[in-house]
Ligand binder design. Structure first.
Ligand code: DSN
Length: 421
């Protein structure tokens, strides 16, 4: 590389990942094939429109790339329509709101500080300013409060109900959610960004055929490049005619919301890398991977429970743990910092009904997708839990934290990043 400054930073970041434990539950390590597609000449090409209906010449190969990505997405998730052009999760959700609601309409989503996402109606996000957002919360036990949701839905009559989370350690009951949406006449949108890999592996129930629209980012448990899929059922109609806002028209509504509604040219290198990841996710190895993520998270939870940590909901059914550190006398940010010095990357996070502010919350969030990609299994989780506990209980002892980092660097040599030996 001619640019030595950027080259050095890429090397430094790669070494940071290689020599540490990546435990942010929304992160993962992609395969070398995904990286190859992402770094290809496809990035040079403009192709506004959809395959076969572009505004540019020279699209014969990128058409095939996009069709492969769409076909693989449809087959993997069991739906009949896939849009693979959204640049990432937030723009994808923006497209869904744009397709299903008008400015000022009521929309309902899980509050960020209870495990939701900014785009699920946070007041300072587009979803809470352009739309009249009403926000539901989990119960005090940390579990989804389906009764509370149903009451709110009947009272507020939202146009759409967004369901999904960034910090929820349990399973979503899609059938219950369908009933709530039907009772108030709302579209049900499932944001499965965190759990998509578990769903395709069969380690979490799928909302396919239940939710009206499914959105997932492609870079979390699904282990692809950054990007997003918007999935639904039906066939797109004439792209030039404005469709009625009905369930039959969902494919057209979504496609038109992406372009011309929100985006210009799709990122073809990203689409190709998504296609590669979707092919990988359809293998038996990926199924085993998805189940192993959950086994590892459960084992980690068991260990930390035994060491006196307060896990929100008492444990996990998926890929992540949300830990309230109040009883350990440490704030989330302090734990994040100590763990980082020890070579373990997590993030500070609010816990339900957190008395502390969001930028200085009581908890941390951690997950097992990236560690599982590197081949760590239950036995290694015992060691990881021991390191986490030592780092948290010795948070102010920089020497001890540095020693853990050394141990982790040595340990990770047996668990190379994808494509490395
Ligand atoms: N930033 C993602 C996460 O960490 O969960 C959500 O967008």
């Amino acid at each position: 590389m001619q640019d030595k400054e950027i080259e050095a930073l890429i090397t430094a970041e790669t070494n940071r990942q290689r020599n540490g434990l990546e435990m942010i539950p929304s992160e993962n390590h992609t395969s070398q094939d995904v990286l190859t597609a992402l770094g290809s000449r496809l990035t040079d090409k403009y192709s506004e429109g959809y395959p076969g209906k572009r505004y540019y010449g020279g699209c014969e190969f990128v058409d095939k790339v996009e069709n492969l990505a769409r076909d693989r997405a449809k087959a993997l998730f069991g739906v009949s329509h896939a849009n693979v052009q959204a640049y990432s999760g937030s723009p994808a959700n923006q497209a869904i709101y744009f397709a299903l609601a008008d400015p000022g309409d009521t929309v309902m989503g899980l509050e960020l500080y209870f495990g939701g996402h900014m785009t699920h109606g946070l007041k300072v996000n587009f979803s809470g300013t352009i739309y009249n957002s009403v926000q539901y919360r989990t119960g005090h036990d940390g579990y989804m409060d389906y009764e509370g949701m149903a009451d709110m839905a009947m009272r507020e009559k939202p146009k759409l109900i967004m369901v999904g989370a960034t910090a929820y350690p349990r399973i979503f009951d899609w059938q219950k959610l369908r009933k709530i949406a039907d009772a108030c006449g709302a579209f049900l949108v499932a944001d499965i960004s965190h759990i998509a890999g578990l769903i395709v592996a069969g380690a979490h129930p799928s909302p396919a055929g239940i939710a009206d629209v499914i959105m997932t980012t492609t870079h979390k448990t699904l282990r692809g490049p950054r990007g997003a899929l918007i999935l639904c059922n039906g066939n797109p109609s004439n792209p030039l005619k404005k469709p009625e806002r009905t369930k039959e028209n969902l494919p057209s509504l979504i496609d038109r919301a992406i372009i011309p509604g929100l985006q210009g040219g799709p990122h073809n290198h990203q689409t190709a890398a998504i296609a590669v990841a979707l092919r990988e996710a359809a293998t038996p190895e990926f199924k085993a991977y998805g189940h192993q993520i959950v086994k590892n998270a459960k084992r980690l939870a068991e260990n930390l429970n035994n060491k006196g940590y307060q896990l929100v909901t008492g444990g996990t059914d998926n890929h992540l743990l949300l830990i309230d550190l109040t009883n350990k006398g440490l704030k989330g940010a302090e734990a994040e910092d100590a763990l980082s010095k020890a070579g373990i990357t997590v993030n500070k996070n609010t816990v339900p009904y957190d008395p502390r502010p969001p930028f200085d919350p009581s908890g941390i969030r951690m997950g097992t997708p990236a560690l599982t990609t590197r081949g760590l299994k239950e036995a290694e989780m015992d060691q990881v839990a021991a390191w986490i506990d030592t780092a948290i209980t010795s948070a102010s002892d920089d020497k001890k934290l540095a020693k853990i980092h050394q141990e982790i660097t040595a340990f990770t040599k047996a668990f190379p990043l994808p494509g490395e030996k």
